[in-house]
Design a protein around this ligand. Structure first.
Ligand code: 6PG
Length: 246
């Protein structure tokens, strides 16, 4: 696994730099392949990146038609609900770029949990094939102060193995206290690239432990082969993790 660790003093610089990173990845992928498959997370940290991704110089307009957008997790609410990750990504990004609506794969938060998990599993199978775990080109993840990522919370056991790729999650103890749907660790680990976008000094304790390889929170356990951590504000003192060769 390689881990790139970048710390920023200015949230907008982080948003621009992380969006530029996505732009480099999509150009490289679509030079070699017909489609770029991306999963987005909710929360506030990625919003700056989303806004910069609307800039054609960062994400060329003509590449949206070959980009398939999925979600790493979703609150089990209707798509027009204030807490919907789909609504947030649409407002800050998807409504502002020329992506065909058929390329946007919303998690059906309006359905009962098990139905939502089955429906999204089928959607993923249509895009990635029926066999095995979907392999995303890139998954954008955030992290909470407790080290959760997507809707994988510390100590919260996912339902049994019957959910290989998408699992319903009961409402966490932190706001928004809503039941969720999440990609499972198997999908996060299979991704070709993970890009963490983490804003807030309240996350520094968890980040220090992760930096020092002394943490087993869900964000620390993501085992994807290539990870880039975009962090603001800087952690300050302490050894920057080096890139570990595969
Ligand atoms: C969600 C997100 C969640 C988020 C973290 C960090 O649905 O809420 O997917 O995992 O990334 O809670 O949220 P902030 O970026 O708002 O701190």
């Amino acid at each position: 696994m390689t881990r790139l660790w970048l710390e920023f003093t200015d949230p907008d610089l982080l948003g621009r730099a992380s969006a530029a990173h996505v732009g480099r990845i999509v150009r490289r992928i679509l030079d070699q392949a017909p489609v770029f498959r991306l999963a987005l997370s909710g929360g506030s940290s990625p919003l700056g990146m989303f806004r910069h991704l609307t800039e054609p110089a960062i994400f060329p307009s003509e590449l949206w038609s070959r980009t398939q957008v999925f979600f790493a997790d979703e609150r089990l609410v209707p798509p027009n609900h204030a807490d919907s990750n789909f609504a947030s990504a649409s407002h800050h990004l998807l409504d502002r770029v020329p992506i065909p609506s058929r390329n946007i794969h919303r998690m059906p938060g309006e359905l009962p949990p098990e139905d939502a998990a089955l429906t999204y599993t089928r959607d993923l199978a249509r895009s990635f094939g029926e066999n095995g775990v979907p392999v995303f080109d890139l998954i954008v993840l955030g992290m909470g102060a407790d080290g959760h990522t997507a809707s994988l919370f510390p100590g919260a056991e996912l339902p049994g193995g019957r959910h290989l790729v998408v699992a319903p999650v009961s409402a966490p103890s932190m706001p928004p206290r809503l039941p969720r749907l999440t990609l499972t660790p198997a999908v996060l680990d299979a991704a070709r690239r993970i890009l963490f976008v983490i804003l807030g000094a309240d996350k520094h304790a968890a980040l220090r432990a992760i930096r020092d390889m002394a943490s087993d929170v869900p964000a620390a356990k993501v085992d994807a082969r290539s990870q880039s951590w975009y962090i603001c504000p800087p952690l300050g003192a302490g050894q920057q993790p080096t890139e570990q060769p595969d």
